[in-house]
Design a protein around this ligand. Structure first.
Ligand code: ADP
Length: 257
């Protein structure tokens, strides 16, 4: 069994694309409420970690646990059996993901983008969902934009709607995959400000893939440096950025900062 205090646990997880090993027996424990930043060179497997948690990718070896329950498997007798669709569906509800590109529903207003999913997926009443959507749009600084359509918004505004929409599902765990990398530089800070608020609020477990090193340093409890599908080094931000132990971490940081 897994530890119920952990939001996420990977044990010996390997992911292959054909002959290419993208994750190599990766193990990782994230306590509830912890904010983690995944950093590392392009192709090191960071996004794959998030996609596995979203059940967008299968794994070839190991186990993944979410809130103390196996994600891809279900307990059966003394062992584990493959998960059913129902189990996967229930597990996905623990997790919200914000992608690099915003993936909003183009035919829905901003308010509908945030209010509809909880009604459809969670069965929340429309009154409650509309109220919650308004609160969340206020949180991301878009209280005035509820009646707009995504095409009428800037990239930064779209990303803030995407964050509000993910939060509307009240997930215990939020995954952010380079949420600012598709934005014009002048729009990055408004999205980081929203992420900062969510991090400060404290309850939500966050896994953030980012190239914004100073931001990762500011909001994370722990940094994971991945290279070649493995965690090369992990530690508190100050240690990783000021005193990295591994040569590969040092070289990466020297290049990027
Ligand atoms: P990162 O997020 O660190 O840039 P990814 O997790 O996106 O890395 O990718 C890790 C590796 O897996 C890369 O070499 C990438 O080319 C490869 N990869 C990702 N998705 C696929 C796919 N659908 N088919 C084949 N290879 C893939």
């Amino acid at each position: 069994m897994s530890d119920r205090q952990l939001a996420v646990e990977f044990r010996g997880v390997s992911k292959l694309y054909g002959a290419l090993a993208v994750l190599k027996e990766l193990s990782l424990s994230v306590p509830q409420g912890e904010k983690i930043a995944l950093i590392g060179p392009s192709g090191s497997g960071k996004t794959t970690v998030l996609r596995i948690l979203m059940t967008l990718e299968t794994i070839q070896a190991g186990t993944v646990w979410v809130k103390g329950e196996p994600l891809w498997h279900m307990p059966k007798g003394d062992g584990l059996a493959p998960a059913t669709e129902t189990h996967l569906h229930a597990m996905r509800r623990h997790i919200g993901m914000v992608f690099q590109h915003f993936n909003l529903f183009p035919h829905m207003t901003v308010q509908e983008n945030v209010a509809r999913p909880p009604q459809i997926v969670l069965g929340v009443t429309s009154g409650e969902a509309e109220q919650r959507a308004q609160d969340l749009l206020r949180l991301v600084g878009l209280a005035q934009k509820g009646a707009s359509y995504p095409a009428q918004l800037s990239g930064g505004q779209k990303q803030r709607v995407a964050i509000a929409r993910a939060l509307a599902m009240q997930p215990a765990i939020m995954l952010f995959d380079e949420p600012t990398s598709a934005l014009d530089p002048e729009l990055v800070e408004e999205v980081l400000a929203v992420l900062r608020d969510i991090a400060l609020e404290g309850k939500t477990t966050m896994l953030l893939v980012t190239h914004e090193m100073s931001f990762a340093r500011e909001i994370s409890d722990r940094i994971l440096f991945l290279d070649g599908g493995a965690i090369v080094e992990e530690g508190p931000p100050d240690q990783i950025f000021s005193d990295p132990k591994e040569e590969r971490t040092r070289l990466f940081l020297k290049k990027i900062i």
